[in-house]
Structure formats: C-alpha cells, structure tokens
Write a protein that binds this ligand. Structure first.
Ligand code: DMJ
Length: 669
C-alpha cells in the first residue's frame, strides 16, 4: 500500500482506511502526527501562487458554509413558528393557486378583483384521515355526473384525493379539498369543546361515505346550465355586488356585501361547480369586508349572509366561512339592544348601532322570529352562548304574547313594549310566513326537545285550518287565504307556497298524518298558480275565485300583482314533496317551471330577470333584476328536486334555513 512511501495529502483518505494504518506500527496517533509533518513539508514546497490559490479556495468554502448555515436557521425558525402562522386570519394567509394541471383546472390569470397568486410546488397528497377539515361528519360528497360531465367529474374525483400545496415565499402549507376549498391542515375547524349542544355524529355517515354517488341526470344538468348562465351575467356585470341587473348589464346595491355571491356559495358546492366556487371563495377571502358604515336589515343579512356562510362552512369544512360568519354574527348583535329585547330591523354593522325603520318602532314578526336557526348554530359552533340566548329570548317572549288567534300571529311587534301591534290581521304570507316555518325547524334543529316550539307550531296549523283554508272554483283547489278583522280574503301570496313543504317536513318528523294530506292538497294549488297563467309562471299574489263564473279560472290576478321575482317557494315545496313521496309528478311540475323561467326570464347575455307581467307571453316586461335568492334558493331546490339521491342534503341530517341554506340538525335521526 502507499503507506510506506509516505502518501501525498490527496491520498489521505485511502491511507486512513487501510488496515495497516489502524493496527500497524506506531498506532493511530503516531500515524496522524506523521501525516501532519508530511503535509507541512508538501505545503512548503508549493510556489507562492499555488499557496494563494489554495488559501483563496478555503476562504471561498468557508463563506459558502456561513451562508448556508444562516438560511437553514431561517428555515428552522419558519418551521417552529408554523403553529403561530396557522392562527392568522384568512386575509393574512397567502392566497394559493392549484399546482397540478392534470388534477385541477389550469391556474387562471389573476385580475384586479381576484388577487394575485404565488407559484406553488406540488406536494405529496396527504393521507385524508390526518386532515382536520372542520366537522367532517357534516361534509357532503359531490353528486356524481353522468358521462357528459365525465371530465369534470374525474377532475372532482381527483381533487377529492386532495393535494397539499406549498407556498414558496412563506412555506405555509394548505390543503385543497375535493371541492377546491383551501384549508389549512393544522388549523382545527372543529367546534370548540364548550358547545351548547354537541351534534352527534350521524350513525350512517361511514356507510354513506362508501356509497356510490348517484349519477346526475339530464334535468339536473339543465339546472347546472341555468346556474352557469345566471352566474355568467353576475360575473361579467355585477361581480362582488349585491344583485345583477342583467338587461342594463350592471348591478344594484342593497347592503354592498356581495349578496348574490354569498347566497350562491353553497348552491355551487351542491351543484359541483368547483371552479366557480373556488373563484367566489377567493372573493370572500380577499374582498368581503364587514367593517363598513352601512345599514343592513337584520333578517335579510342573517338568512342570506350568516346562513350562507354557515352552510358553506359545513359543506366545505373551510374555516374561512366560519370566521366570516362569526364576524357578521357579532356585528348584528347590537340589534338586540332594545327595551323589550325584540330586535330592531336595522343594524349599522360598521358603527355597531341599531334602529327601527324611520316611520315606526315596530319590527316585523316574521323577521324577528326567523333568525333563530342561524344564531343558534353560531353559538353551537363558537361556544359563545350570547347568540343563542338573544334569539331564544325572542321566541320565549313571543310564545307568551297575547293577540294570537288560535296560534296565528299578527304581522308586527313593537320593540319598546314587546307587544304585537296592528292586531286582527292574519296571513301566512309576507311578514308572518317564516315565523311558522321556523317554529317547526327550530324544533327539529334542536333534536325535537323544545316543546314550546312544537306547541306553537301545532296550534298555528290548527289555526290555519280553522280560519284560513278555503276551496276555489271551479277546480276546488284548497288555498290559504287571509283574515282581516274577522273578514276572510281569498288572497294568497306566492310566499305561502313554502307551507306544503314545511307541513310535509313536519309529517316526516312524526307529526300528524293529516299535515301530509294538507301538504299534498296545497302543493297542487301552488302548481296551479303557475299552470293557470299564460306564461306558466306564478304572479306574486293571486286571488282565488270562491264562486264559479263562466269562463273564469280558479286564479285571478290583479294588475298590481302580476310580477314574478323568480321566487323559490313552490319549487322548495316540490322538492320536499318529491323527497317524501317519490311521486314523479312533482319533478315534472318543477321541470315545467324551469322551462318557463328559461322561456320568459332568461337574458341572452347572461342572467335571469324578474318580470312585470306573467300574463303576457309576448312581452313579460323584464324588470332588469336578478334577486340573490334565484341562485341561493330557486335553482338549488330545482337541482335537489330532480335528484334521486336522498343523501344529497339528507333531510334527517340537515335543516334548510328560510333562504335554502342547509344547517346541521344537532341530533340527527
Ligand atoms: C327569501 O329571501 C326567503 O325565502 C324568505 O323567507 C322569503 N323571501 C325570499 C324568497 O322569496
């Protein structure tokens, strides 16, 4: 071996490993001293230039070493700080772009509205069981498309497996859920432990997860197409604003909070519109700000915004929506600071002040009694009792009030005295409608334990039967009229058509079987409110004929009432009726209605419009407004009506708020 000859320095390693060097003469220490002397001799033999070059190389390597040590330190710091970073609010969390074009749609160019996205590197898909995505037992699976939607379905399936993405700048990691919601893996979105009522995990969830999803059918595809058309108009002309004005290609503002976008979030989720959902989600993350000096209506913002955010949180598991829900929920609370605790109608969400309408100190009964599902759920999720306390107090108070007529309530309540006002007028239509709906739905939401709610509901339905039901001529349609100071009026708002669905839901939950019979009769009437009209679309209000007259139908329409605002109530009830009976006629009726919406309210350049005259097919007189509930409710209920998948929003696990936003039943059946 080269050991005996005194090896040059560059052979040092081979000499060290040689067996002689380890066990030979002089031992290991002697050999090291010899090598040091030999190297020094060699060094002295080098020219000055050679020595300079070697020294320069050593210096260079030393500098490199220092630099890499510093950057490793930074990386370590960012790892150890990660748990802190995860607690940052959504606005601070860098926005993410999907990185794998084979799995997800190609990244879109960011525009002024939608923000800019850093590049991301694809990570290994995470193992799903380790990812905490909010209340997983409540998240729903995508409806499966048929072959026409295969590409998108494949995309969704792939997304379902999830990809973990890594932001280059801050090395924060996030999960893209199967519907495109961006969720931080370490951030728990589980409700906190001090919940008021702990929702039990639905027993069938595991089995349900393994079930093959039901394919989407042609009628559902038509709904998706309609939604996309409506969304195109909103996106092109009204993005981020409250409502689309499809004819003037502009928008109208009510609260200035992107009402249509928020109302439509869970509809997109349910319809499987991943790209649209993702884009809207970015708007919520980056542009939805509640710290605004603006008056909002407590009821409308609760059912549309708070309800929409809560249901989207449940469906997607994305904590962004819960954060936003908490924000708006807190900002609405000043409404309850009244002498009677009956909330004011309006709140300034920036200033934290509330007030009744300018001309009165009354609130509308339906408004103060149809915000409970949302605030109760907010308490359950946050562990903060104040939301539930405030709305429960309203219900308890209304329960004790006099001025009811066999369970039927007047339309107004005073925020100072807490008493009903304008006594003697009873309707199931505007200003009272959802009071009845929420009695039943709160009872279901809370696990059928709150007896006062059930009592009030049952009594009210008896009141309806006793005072408000009549039959029309010539077809003898059973309808719900109104009572004013003892006088019956054969007037029925389209809004009343929520009632068959609510009655059917009650019967499904074990209430009297005759409620179902009444539901079947009433939904026929609501359908006739469409079928007997020239455009096949219902007016806002109808008057039924109580006496047979030659050449007259059951339904009469006054000039002031012949508009259609794209309202959902009939389609909503058709959905419940189909779910509970399986009778296809309900789907067929809904299909007719969808076609008539397409015929008379669809605007070619995008969007749908309310119309002024349902009696004139040649000129229905477009109103140039698409209400947010068309996307939030009407199209969602259409899609669910045409579905044969009872697990697509299972009615034993979810309860729809009055704006069609599904919230979990706390103790599911
Ligand atoms: C929606 O905002 C809700 O359904 C509310 O309960 C009644 N009005 C509209 C739809 O018609």
């Amino acid at each position: 071996s080269g050991a005996a000859a005194g090896p040059p320095c560059r052979d040092f390693i081979s000499i060290t490993l040689g067996p002689e060097e380890v066990v030979g003469v002089g031992g290991y220490n002697n050999s090291k001293a010899w090598r040091r002397r030999s190297c020094w001799r060699k060094w002295k033999q080098l020219s000055r230039l050679q020595r300079s070059v070697i020294l320069f190389l050593f210096a260079f390597l030393a500098v490199c070493g220092v630099i890499s040590y510093t950057s490793m330190g930074e990386a370590w710091k960012s790892i150890t700080n990660k748990s802190l970073d995860d607690q940052r609010t959504e606005q601070e969390i860098p926005r993410l772009k999907l990185a794998n074009p084979a799995v997800l749609p190609a990244p879109q160019k960011a525009d002024a509205n939608h923000g800019d996205y850093p590049e991301l590197s694809l990570q290994k898909p995470p193992k799903l069981p380790h990812v905490r995505r909010g209340p997983s037992n409540l998240q729903i699976k995508a409806p499966q498309r048929n072959t026409r939607l295969k590409t998108q379905h494949d995309t969704m399936r792939a997304v379902e497996e999830q990809v973990e993405v890594d932001k280059v700048e801050k090395t924060e990691k996030s999960i893209i859920s199967w519907r495109g919601a961006v969720i931080e893996p370490d951030q728990s979105t589980e409700p906190p432990s001090n919940k008021i009522t702990e929702p039990e995990k639905p027993s069938s969830v595991e089995a349900e997860d393994q079930k093959e999803p039901v394919p989407i059918n042609e009628r559902q595809l038509a709904v998706i197409e309609a939604f996309r058309h409506a969304w195109k108009g909103y996106k092109d002309f009204a993005w981020g604003h409250d409502e689309l004005k499809p004819l003037s290609k502009s928008y109208s503002e009510w609260f200035g909070l992107g009402l249509t976008l928020i109302d439509a979030l869970d509809t997109m989720w349910i319809l499987g519109l991943k790209e649209e959902f993702e884009e809207a989600r970015k708007w919520v993350a980056n542009d939805l700000v509640f710290d605004k000096n603006v008056d909002v209506n407590l009821f409308e913002s609760t059912i549309r915004i708070l309800g929409g955010l809560l249901s989207t949180y449940h469906l997607s598991g994305d904590s962004l929506f819960l954060e936003k829900a908490k924000d708006i929920g807190n900002r609405l609370m000043p409404a309850f600071k009244t002498p009677s605790k009956i909330p004011y109608s309006d709140v300034n969400i920036g200033r934290g002040t509330a007030h009744p309408p300018r001309w009165t100190s009354d609130s509308t009964v339906a408004e103060v009694t149809s915000i409970q599902l949302e605030f109760r759920e907010l308490s359950r999720l946050t562990g903060d009792e104040k939301f539930q306390k405030a709305v429960d107090e309203v219900m308890k108070h209304v329960h004790t009030l006099s001025g009811k007529n066999d369970g039927l309530v007047p339309m107004f309540i005073n925020t100072n005295s807490g008493q009903f006002t304008h006594l003697g007028v009873y309707t199931l239509g505007a200003r009272a409608d959802s009071y009845y709906e929420y009695l039943l739905k709160q009872w279901i939401q809370g696990g059928k334990k709150e007896n006062e709610l059930l009592e009030d509901y049952m009594r009210a339905i008896e009141g309806v039967k006793k005072h408000l039901l009549q039959r029309s001529e010539p077809k003898k349609l059973t309808f719900v009229g109104e009572l004013a100071h003892g006088h019956f009026s054969a007037k029925m708002d389209h809004l009343v058509c929520f009632l068959p669905g609510t009655l059917a839901l009650g019967a499904h939950n074990g209430l009297a079987a005759d409620h179902m019979k009444l539901a079947e009769t009433l939904i026929e009437t609501c359908y006739q409110m469409y079928a007997q009209v020239e455009t096949g679309l219902s007016p806002e209000i109808v008057h039924f004929n109580l006496h047979a007259q030659k050449g007259h139908k059951d339904v009469e329409i006054k000039p002031a009432d012949r508009h259609n605002l794209l309202r959902p109530e009939t389609v909503e009830s058709l959905f419940y009726m189909y779910r509970f009976t399986g009778d296809k006629k309900y789907q067929d009726w809904g299909w007719e209605i969808l076609q008539n919406f397409n015929r008379y309210t669809r605007v070619p350049t995008g969007g749908y419009t309310s119309i002024n005259n349902v009696q004139n097919p040649s000129n229905p007189e477009p109103r140039d407004k698409m209400e947010s509930f068309f996307l939030g409710e009407t199209l969602k209920y259409m899609f669910l009506l045409f579905s044969d998948d009872i697990d697509l929003i299972n009615l034993d696990k979810y309860i729809f708020n009055t704006e069609a936003h599904p919230l979990p039943i706390w103790v599911p059946a």
